[in-house]
Design a protein around this ligand. Sequence first.
Ligand SMILES: *[C@@H]1O[C@H](CO)[C@@H](O)[C@H](O)[C@H]1NC(C)=O
Ligand SMILES: *[C@@H]1O[C@H](CO)[C@@H](O)[C@H](O)[C@H]1NC(C)=O
Ligand SMILES: *[C@@H]1O[C@H](CO)[C@@H](O)[C@H](O)[C@H]1NC(C)=O
Ligand SMILES: *[C@@H]1O[C@H](CO)[C@@H](O)[C@H](O)[C@H]1NC(C)=O
Ligand SMILES: *[C@@H]1O[C@H](CO)[C@@H](O)[C@H](O)[C@H]1NC(C)=O
Ligand SMILES: *[C@@H]1O[C@H](CO)[C@@H](O)[C@H](O)[C@H]1NC(C)=O
Length: 794
Amino acid sequence: MPGIMNWKCWVCVIAAVIAATVFRCEGDEIYVCDPMKFEMMGKDIKQFAFCDSSLGFEERAIDLVSRMTLQEKVGQMGSTSTGVPRLGLPKYEWWSEGLHGVSNTGPGIVFDQRVPGATSFPLVILSAASFNETLWRVMGEIVSTEARGMHNSGTAGLTYWSPNINLLRDPRWGRAQETPGEDPLVVSRYAVNYVRGLQDTSSSSSNMLKVASCCKHYTAYDLDAWKGIDRLHFDAEVTQQDMLDTFQPPFEACVTQGAGSCAMCSFNKINGIPSCADPQLLKNTVRGEWNLNGYIVADCDSIQVLFQSQMYVKTPEDAVAYVLRSGLDLDCEHFYTDYLLPAVVKGKVKESDIDRALVYTYTTLMRLGFFDGSKEYASLGAKDVCTPEHQELAVEAARQSIVLLKNDGSLPLSTSKITTLAVIGPHANATQAMIGNYAGVPCKYTSPIDGLEKYTKIDYKLGCYDVACGDTSLIPSAVEASRKADTTVLVVGYNLTFEAEGHDREDLLLPGQQQQLVAQVAFASKGPVILVVMTGSAVDISFAQKSGNISGILWVGYPGQGGGDAIAQLIFGTHSPGGRLPMTWYPNQYAEIVNMTDMHMRANLATQYPGRTYRFYTGDTLYPFGYGLSYTSFQYTIKSQSSQFLKVHLPKNQKCYSLFESSEQPVSNCPSIRLEDKSSKNLCKDLEIQIQVEIKNSGTRDGSEVVLLYVVPPSGRVGAPVKQLISFQRVFLTVGSSEVVVMKINACDSLGLVDNAGYKILPAGTHTLMIGQDSTNSISVNATFLPTSPPTVV
Ligand SMILES: *[C@@H]1O[C@H](CO)[C@@H](O)[C@H](O)[C@H]1NC(C)=O
Ligand SMILES: *[C@@H]1O[C@H](CO)[C@@H](O)[C@H](O)[C@H]1NC(C)=O
Ligand SMILES: *[C@@H]1O[C@H](CO)[C@@H](O)[C@H](O)[C@H]1NC(C)=O
Ligand SMILES: *[C@@H]1O[C@H](CO)[C@@H](O)[C@H](O)[C@H]1NC(C)=O
Ligand SMILES: *[C@@H]1O[C@H](CO)[C@@H](O)[C@H](O)[C@H]1NC(C)=O
Ligand SMILES: *[C@@H]1O[C@H](CO)[C@@H](O)[C@H](O)[C@H]1NC(C)=O
């Protein structure tokens, strides 16, 4: 009979409850609106609208918050939320990390006997070098599968404060390794794919989340600690032009196209205002313009920082009032939980502002199934972490990404020609160094010597005791080994002592006596010498680039748990390298003349400031952005271009604008249109360009090629980038085969520029579309924007 239970049923229920609490098995889910739990509390679940799954998430979150006392509300405003036991709401730890694998950097994750380790992918700067959007997405999917598996095992949270999508402005930044490099498009596409990999459920129409991802650190944050200036005190002076075409695009893409469910504001000030206390940045842009579906969180512990370090406000209560009003929903650590109550009492904070913030955070938890459970992921557990497939993908990710910088033809090595391989250097047996910043506990390590040993007999010598390489005492034995061996592999680089969060570099050189080691070994070696550079960013190795005694150079980033296998497979030619540098490699002199605190992207001839990244820097480089060699070769042929001329007849109401600081005669009496103008939006729809390029593998090995499409803007536009990447695609081609790559772009989206007044414009004139690496090694087509019958120029 419905509604009435006999005593047998009660025994069953009680036994089930005890079993569920005491003997929680893997795969059992803990969720708020568990009817059995409410029954045990002696409450009728039907009385709690927040547990009514027929209502919308926001409505339910509003109901939940409305039941809390002010004190209870405040308890949920920090990263370790206390929960409200009388409402059946458990405590929740918001801070989990998953930058390149599930990581125990935050308190939300533990590795213990339940789940001892998780798959550790390469650091992001290396994965970025694959230029493979599918790979970025698949890595996100694997990280979230392992995260869900660990969550179900009780060892991980559901809210991940990853990825780091700050554009790499300067190679000295200690967190360069965490980023997808220096190009706004690459960083944006990385963000969109990785975030979707983490978050998306299998049903594409669903508002549910697999795990929640966070777009951080918002914004213009890329200095940690450099010559006495630290991130807590640094005021980044950023022009509107740089803000709009360099620092903001990755965040906009992450929130809008990636549907990232969180944004984290950064420590630094921007033009005098701490980013977490700037309503223009948070409330108006992320929440308003970009329509964030999720919550805004503080970096840990930036509310305190703006009071204590930046002295931006006089009292802690003012600090919490400022940031809450600016749109900050959740604190990391406990400044909100300590000071919101007194701030309300003093009338500095409205309780309704706290309510609004909590509705955002609880709506996010509802989308994660925290309240209702998640059928889709209930079966995931420890068995889904560190699977052979996931670990193989960690190797593949490194293999797709490692960049071949130099090859005199000695690479790939052939096992038949080698009896002994000397493997030398402080990173020859690297393990922990390979997983860098924001790591977890990896499933296992394959170090470079482990990987190389699978191909041939090796003679391993340290060469230096450690990365610091403080003396030369171990060099003679390394030289001796190299003299005897048929071939030598040297593995050098940095580790977290030299570049990390809280620690920027001051130069671009190899530490200590490492260069000495390389030079002496290279001088003495009997056979070819291959240099493997393990660093999280650019390093000046011009001595090796130029030396005739160094046959090959590979940059391997921090290649993750399987790095040694990937390195060996490329060195011995099981696969051909296809990675491309996601950042410019400058000579060390760059670090001597450029102030790291100078945020300008654009060069300034008057002060001899050379500008930053391939988009604005025109000085000497060791290796440019996009550089990377292969064991095979590729031929490009343009198959078709939709049209060379983008002729448009302007509507009557269209405004035209004279060009900023142009040194050339205008090609049209409509020098440019502003893209924000309503009339431009219609016009832009028709400005589609399609280019078909055939890529043929004309060499002797199978391999992958990264097709890069740049635009070179019409000449004479001061402040315009030298060139700008507007599309890229990686293709795999077997020997002799070819593929037609179709690149579709919209002229306004891709050929538009930001002028120095902060307007997005499309200038008239000839934009050159360049496919390939540089002017000597590329083919190009023109796209000429020719507006006719223009109305008056403003
Ligand atoms: C390589 O490093 C691992 C981990 O630190 C260590 O156990 C192993 O003995 C090292 N191998 C050699 C040959 O030194
Ligand atoms: C990096 O190497 C230095 C010595 O060069 C060593 O003292 C330090 O422990 C290493 N750091 C990490 C994080 O492994
Ligand atoms: C290369 O090594 C040989 C000796 O093996 C030496 O004579 C020569 O100077 C070296 N070249 C460079 C560029 O170091
Ligand atoms: C570098 O920047 C700092 C702070 O922004 C400033 O104090 C210093 O004068 C600058 N140095 C140079 C050489 O521009
Ligand atoms: C891109 O990565 C995916 C996932 O690892 C892989 O299957 C695919 O082959 C890669 N594409 C190219 C062209 O290398
Ligand atoms: C592109 O336009 C420039 C003039 O702006 C011209 O010199 C060049 O020949 C054109 N290239 C092609 C491929 O049409």
